[in-house]
Design a protein around this ligand. Structure first.
Ligand code: FAD
Length: 434
């Protein structure tokens, strides 16, 4: 009887577990490894803001799973429920979202986390998020749509709200997103006859004293100064209090006219993971140092959906890609050890560095305790993340995008996916009405 290893999620945690198993025990006849994910690719999140800000092509930061795995089976499906008693996972996939129950002997939970909207009325429906490739494409399309709409005379009265972008959350994702968008919008106005750079308003709302708190006060203050010099309005010690279709209200009482709120201000546990009958901590699965779920034999967890103890600090490891990748390798070896016999390895890792790109060829970085800012930090950001991007093909494509960016301006093409027949029918209805 084959031992079945089932991995849920193809992010950094799930994929790097699968890659390590692919290299090792997945080649054995008595082992069957299956990776299930609703995306048939791995998204390189550190470069997501570059897609939203039209710096790189839409598909250059994603890699197809099927080109990365040889022996591990890939199942493109959504996970609906997990039964730890029956040791099955229910998934659905096309056509028609039909269900399958997948049995397992070892289950790896790598489903990541979701966005936290803190129950603010209207926020989830109104705000843009920055977690998936679809999110970045939506933001990019919306920004271009706003520029197109604002350029017309009839939009003169609505230009303030069309040309104002608010990003909530001054962590890595929020800061990198606002920096890229600020450059993109201001540079793009030169292609629109009725718009000028000064009409663009870009606001960063952050509840703490200084942005990028993980990098420390000095680098956070530097990033704040640089962004402010380029026209980004930074509102620290402030939260979004209420959201409306054409404006938002802040905790300091200010009201900002905008149709673009990008929400990067919090994460919530994955709903499937938080509901499992095993030990959890604030919705994340508690695991031991070998990444085994506590109170659920045969279940393993890693990445953003797991609470992995750091013996050096007594706190959980931070939810980052660099941790998830390394946990994946350790977890795969520990599964192999538990099947084949042998000693399991505890997960131990010290954060190597933290880097953020803050636009216009500048950045901030803390690498092994050394702080960098300006061009050198930006150069390190590019060099390090390019080396981490999986597969030579995608590295080459991104490098080429960056090279061409030196000579050409950012692309303004909207990525539309409407069926041509739908557009034609709408046009015919308009003609008939006239
Ligand atoms: C915008 C952004 C920028 C970031 N920048 C950095 C950075 O610069 N450096 C860094 O170290 N970290 C960064 N991170 C954090 C990093 O991306 C995460 O810590 C990392 O992705 C966690 O990996 P994971 O495998 O746990 O989860 P994820 O990578 O989120 O993967 C979860 C997987 O589960 C799948 N999934 C979820 N639900 C279901 C379901 N119901 N059915 C099927 N599949 C499902 C998803 O499709 C996905 O494939 C960034 C994150 C974001 C959002």
């Amino acid at each position: 009887m084959k031992k079945r290893i089932l991995i849920l999620g193809s992010g950094f945690g799930g994929l790097y577990t699968a890659l390590e198993l692919d290299r090792t025990i997945a080649r054995d006849a008595d082992i069957e490894v299956t990776l299930v994910s609703r995306e048939n690719y791995i998204l390189f999140t550190p470069m997501l803001h570059e897609v939203a800000a039209s710096d790189i092509d839409l598909t250059h930061i994603v890699n197809p799973i099927r080109k990365m795995l040889k022996r591990v089976n890939f199942f493109h499906a959504g996970v609906c429920s997990i039964d730890l008693q029956a040791k099955t996972v229910r998934v659905t996939h096309s056509p028609g979202d039909h269900p399958h129950d997948l049995p397992w002997d070892h289950l790896v939970l790598a489903l990541g986390c979701t966005t936290n909207f803190f129950g603010l009325p209207g926020l989830e429906e109104t705000a843009f998020t920055m977690k998936s490739l679809g999110d970045a494409i939506r933001v990019r399309n919306h920004l271009i749509e706003s520029l197109e709409a604002a350029d017309f005379e009839c939009a003169a009265g609505q230009r303030d709200e069309l040309l104002c972008v608010v990003v909530a959350g001054g962590g890595f994702s929020g800061v990198e997103t606002i920096a890229g968008i600020n450059d993109f919008l201001r540079e793009s106005t030169r292609w629109y006859n009725h718009l000028t750079r000064d009409q663009i308003r870009v606001v960063l709302v952050h509840p703490g004293d200084v942005i990028l708190p993980e990098l420390g006060e000095r680098l956070g203050a530097y990033a704040q100064k640089k962004l402010a010099e380029r026209g980004v309005e930074i509102r620290v010690k402030t939260r979004v209090k209420a959201v409306f279709e054409d404006s938002i209200e802040l905790s300091d009482g200010a009201r900002i006219q905008t149709r673009t709120l990008i929400w990067t201000a919090g994460t919530a546990p994955h709903p499937l993971v938080g509901a499992l009958p095993c030990q959890t901590d604030r919705g994340r699965v508690s695991v031991d140092e070998y990444l085994q779920a506590i109170g659920a034999p045969g279940v393993w967890a890693l990445g953003d959906c797991a609470n992995v103890p750091d013996p050096a600090t007594g706190k959980p490891y931070p939810p980052t890609a660099q941790h998830a990748i390394r946990q994946g390798k350790v977890l795969a070896r520990n599964i192999a050890a538990s099947i084949r016999g042998g000693a399991m390895r505890p997960f131990r890792f010290r954060t190597l560095g933290l880097l953020a790109a803050i636009g216009r060829r500048s950045g901030v970085a803390n690498i092994l305790g050394f702080q960098f800012s300006g061009f050198i930090a930006w150069f390190l950001w590019r060099g390090i993340y390019l080396s981490k991007l999986p597969r030579v093909e995608k590295k080459a494509r991104v490098a080429l995008d960056w090279l061409l960016d030196l000579f050409f301006s950012k692309d303004l093409v909207q990525f539309q996916t409407h069926h041509s027949q739908t557009v034609k029918s709408a046009e015919q209805r308009m003609v008939a009405r006239d």
